[in-house]
Design a protein around this ligand. Structure first.
Ligand SMILES: Cc1cc2nc3c(=O)[nH]c(=O)nc-3n(C[C@H](O)[C@H](O)[C@H](O)COP(=O)(O)O)c2cc1C
Length: 197
């Protein structure tokens, strides 16, 4: 079934945070995230904010009181209405940097949608994504089913940009369609009544 948008709030672009999940030195993730953020910014339903976890000096040990970078990251999560996590696969899971960033927030994540851009070497990063779905269930997050994924070993990416134009673009459009549907629906729901966990 196709739908038409009737809500006036649907015309205000959705504040979408594209999160660079890897903070590893020499990481590939930054260029993939920059490509994806540029591609997503072409979508007039979105305003895109690139959130690079490497820029936040998050403490190695969780302190009793949040540090300034923790508060800044939490505020960034709070402002966003939708997220796209750009995640590598590390040992069949997702990187610790991403878990740390997720754990910094709590109700700032609640009742918002998350999409994924995933990659690995030999794998496509999908095992990282499936683990993240479990984690986000604890945070009342809707994770969208379709994933934009890459295997770095097969040469599809060059300098973080896909070479296979149309195939990747179909995957991006599908994921963004699901993400924006949920983000618009949840924006309206949040406006109608507060989310009570
Ligand atoms: C600690 C570590 C574990 C990895 N484990 C996997 C893995 O299980 N599956 C996979 O497909 N690639 C794996 N890789 C390859 C990474 O996906 C690849 O190096 C990628 O570039 C990492 O993302 P990044 O460069 O943005 O940090 C691993 C890489 C590292 C550093």
């Amino acid at each position: 079934m196709t739908g038409t948008t009737s809500s006036p709030t649907a015309r205000i672009p959705l504040r979408t945070a594209v999160i660079v999940g890897s903070t590893r030195e020499g990481r590939t993730g930054e260029s993939i995230a920059r490509w994806f953020a540029g591609r997503a910014a072409q979508d007039e339903r979105l305003t895109v904010d690139l959130v690079d976890l490497a820029r936040y000096d998050l403490p190695r040990r969780l302190p009793r009181r949040p540090t300034l970078p923790m508060r800044e990251l939490t505020a960034t999560i709070d402002r966003a209405e939708a997220f796209v996590l750009v995640t590598p696969e590390y040992n069949h899971g997702y990187p610790a940097s991403l878990k740390q960033a997720i754990d910094v927030g709590c109700d700032e994540w609640f009742a918002k949608p998350v999409g994924f851009v995933a990659y690995g070497t030999g794998g496509h990063g999908t095992r990282a994504v499936e683990q993240l779905r479990l984690v986000f269930a604890a945070l009342h997050v809707v994770t969208v089913p379709d994933v934009v994924s890459f295997d770095l070993a097969d040469g599809t990416l060059h300098d973080g940009r896909p070479r296979d134009g149309e195939r990747t673009d179909v995957a991006v459009r599908r994921m963004l369609r699901q993400l924006t549907w949920w983000a618009e629906a949840l924006r309206e729901a949040h406006a109608a009544r507060p989310y009570v966990a």
